[in-house]
Design a binder for this molecule. Structure first.
Ligand SMILES: Nc1ncnc2c1ncn2[C@@H]1O[C@H](COP(=O)(O)OP(=O)(O)OP(=O)(O)O)[C@@H](O)[C@H]1O
Length: 290
């Protein structure tokens, strides 16, 4: 990652609510066109960090540079160039979807804005003129995504964008995140969904009690912390099935694999690698869903 290509630079960012240290001197960088997953259990400081990065909270110490601009010093300059999709962001419920988007396009001074094309992209074609109050949760979430990309943002912040959605809506939102990344946007994504993080993110940060416990590609984290194994089912002469797990990374591996073929009839065999959830527990000692 070279200097020009760093979209987000965070240095010792700190936030306290009274005596409670919510974000504890966090530092990291995100490259242009990268998807960074920010993962942590409830209360670990994800939202507070996002709020400081998007100019909604002033850090108590440290700083965040977005596109080379110090957010605390010039929040307006930063906000014009980013997109924010937070769960609690309000849509104008009594207005139609298209009017919501047109209003935002006006606020951002977007030239030649085509709200119909954007609504089509998020799967809301045909419902453009319906009032948002009549939209389902998944439809509102799609509209929020559309709203967050009205200004073709260079950095997109998303807080749990697929939480509580049906699989079709969730997949549509993941597709848009990847399209935005392919267009060149940097994406900062918080999620509880480890499978989603593994699938979407170039790198993930594990946040625990306001500190980053690990930050790397999902692959590198699995290599570093995960164990690889083979899981086999073997049938005894009486037909009784037993399950065997063979660690792939120790001195006994060859002998153990051979015994799978000699100790009975090998019925099934597959390799298993650690999930991000397993590694999160290993690194932080906590479950994500605690
Ligand atoms: N407005 C507030 N006043 C006081 N304490 C707060 C406030 N907002 C958050 N906190 C506390 O700061 C800590 C970090 O909260 P934050 O909302 O950043 O965590 P989070 O990781 O986003 O959690 P969640 O996954 O539940 O959204 C928590 O201990 C929380 O109780």
């Amino acid at each position: 990652m070279n200097v020009v290509n760093k979209s987000i630079i965070v240095e010792n960012l700190t936030y306290r609510y009274g005596d409670l240290l919510a974000v504890d001197s966090v530092s990291f960088e995100v490259g242009g066109g990268e998807i960074l997953g920010f993962l942590g259990p409830n209360g670990s400081g994800k939202t507070t960090t996002q709020k400081m990065l998007t100019g909604q909270l002033l850090p108590k110490a440290g700083r965040a540079l977005l596109l080379g601009i110090n957010v605390a010093e010039k929040p307006d300059a930063v906000q014009a160039r980013i997109g924010v999709c937070f769960e609690q962001t309000n849509l104008y419920e009594m207005m139609s979807a298209i009017d919501n988007l047109n209003l935002f396009a006006e606020l951002f001074d977007v030239k030649n804005f085509d709200g119909y094309a954007l609504l089509k992209r998020v799967g809301l074609a045909g419902r453009e003129k319906d009032k948002v109050s009549g939209y389902s949760k998944g439809m509102k979430q799609r509209l929020m995504i559309a709203r967050s990309i009205v200004n073709t943002p260079e950095i997109l912040f998303m807080d749990e964008p697929t939480s509580g959605l049906d699989p079709v809506s969730a997949e549509a939102i993941r597709r848009i995140i990847l399209e935005e990344r392919d267009r060149g946007a940097t994406v900062f994504l918080t999620t509880h969904d480890m499978w989603e993080a593994d699938k979407l993110c170039d790198r993930v940060a594990f946040l625990e009690s306001g500190s980053i416990a690990a930050l790397d590609t999902p692959h590198a984290l699995k290599q570093k912390y995960g164990k690889r194994s083979l899981v086999a089912e073997i049938a005894a002469p009486d037909g009784k099935l037993s399950r065997r797990e063979v660690a792939l990374d120790n001195d006994q591996t060859m002998n153990d694999i051979q015994s799978l073929f000699t100790d009975g009839k090998l019925v099934t065999m597959h390799s298993e690698e650690a999930t991000l959830e397993d590694i999160f527990i290993l690194v932080t000692g906590r479950r994500l869903s605690e």
